[in-house]
Ligand binder design. Structure first.
Ligand code: URA
Length: 332
């Protein structure tokens, strides 16, 4: 595994996901009971009582965390531990305890034979229908009605993941069709790829709402909003089985990795997302915004994004010419 999990998870949704997956593994191995301390049960009850948005009040990761329920949480036969913090109403899973949980209960992609093209199309269709009615997304009450799923080739080797649809995407029912999408298309073309040859999706399947008179205003999805859609992204991954993923921007990366990241600190190297190599790079909207700072600044950021894409090309076995290597380098 990569360094994807280095922070305690202080948000209840990923923690509940870890807990659910852990319980599933226990059930599959024939166990019908697990041990939970009374404080942990109380913390779980507290999480169940939480209203959407409450998660933001969890203790900041930088603060030394209040001791979990127990300094020696109960280990199971497989060494997996879930401990809950009643104080912040969060499940606290630190590296030392999350690592075994991850290796046991968050498998890489399921070990099933790959699906045919028709099977993938049917599976994605069924998944999109389920996502459109997502109870978790609806329950938040902060996302708009119309679901925008994905576009592209269900057999693509490369999957690109953005944050959430904006006004144009919502109107067209397709990710990345606005100005950011047009820049993305140009980047793909420079890599020798057509938009139709890759699979394009978003971590959040609904446009985040702002106000009743939202017009064309967009905003980034929050972590709970992304997490409400994450199971669909994981299923997309299992159906498409790309050989590489590109997370476009920090928000998408945070949704996929479930931890805070800055693009500057993780870009340019391969991370891991459920067993699939993940490259994080700048969001095309960011590159467009940087154009306001003048051509030199904009070109420097584009070069960084392009260097990430050169690594993606290499990973995908795409031909990289000297011309490719030189894109966005300052002219001497
Ligand atoms: N930005 C995104 O992250 N996704 C889209 O679909 C459009 C813009």
């Amino acid at each position: 595994m990569s360094d994807a999990i280095s922070e305690p998870i202080l948000h209840p949704l990923p923690a509940l996901q870890v807990l659910a997956e852990y319980l599933e593994v226990q059930a599959r191995s024939g166990k019908s009971r697990v041990f939970m301390r009374p404080e942990a049960r109380e913390a779980l009850r507290e999480i169940c009582r939480m209203k959407p948005g409450r998660a933001h009040r969890a203790a900041p990761a930088s603060k030394p965390h209040a001791s979990p329920v127990s300094s020696t949480p109960p280990a199971t036969e497989q060494g997996a531990v879930v401990s809950l913090d009643a104080k912040s109403a969060s499940v606290v899973v630190t590296r030392s305890v999350l690592a075994p949980v991850r290796s046991v209960s968050v498998p890489t992609l399921p070990q099933t034979p790959p699906l045919s093209r028709e099977e993938r199309m049917a599976a994605l269709d069924a998944l999109a229908k389920r996502a459109a009615d997502s109870p978790a997304a609806k329950a938040l009450g902060t996302l708009r009605e119309r679901m925008v799923f994905s576009t592209g080739d269900p057999e693509a080797g490369l999957m690109l993941v953005g944050e959430a649809p904006g006004a144009q995407e919502e109107q067209m029912g397709e990710p990345f069709v606005g100005p950011a999408g047009q820049l993305l298309d140009r980047i793909l073309k420079a890599m020798g790829l057509e938009r139709s040859a890759v699979y394009i999706s978003n971590v959040c399947k609904f446009r985040p709402s702002t106000s009743a008179d939202q017009g064309t205003k967009n905003r980034k999805p929050t972590l709970p909003e992304m997490l409400s859609c994450l199971e669909y992204v994981h299923e997309e991954l299992a159906i498409v089985r790309p050989r590489a993923i590109v997370a476009l921007g920090a928000t998408a990366a945070e949704g996929l990795l479930q931890r805070p990241v800055t693009v500057g600190s993780v870009r340019g190297r391969w991370l891991d997302c459920r067993g699939v190599p993940l490259m994080v790079t700048y969001h095309p909207s960011y590159l467009l915004h940087r154009e306001a700072d003048g051509p030199v600044a904009a070109q420097a950021e584009k070069r960084k994004c392009w260097e990430d894409m050169l690594k993606v090309m290499e990973q995908m076995g795409l031909p990289v010419s000297a011309k490719h290597q030189a894109y966005f380098l300052p002219k001497s």
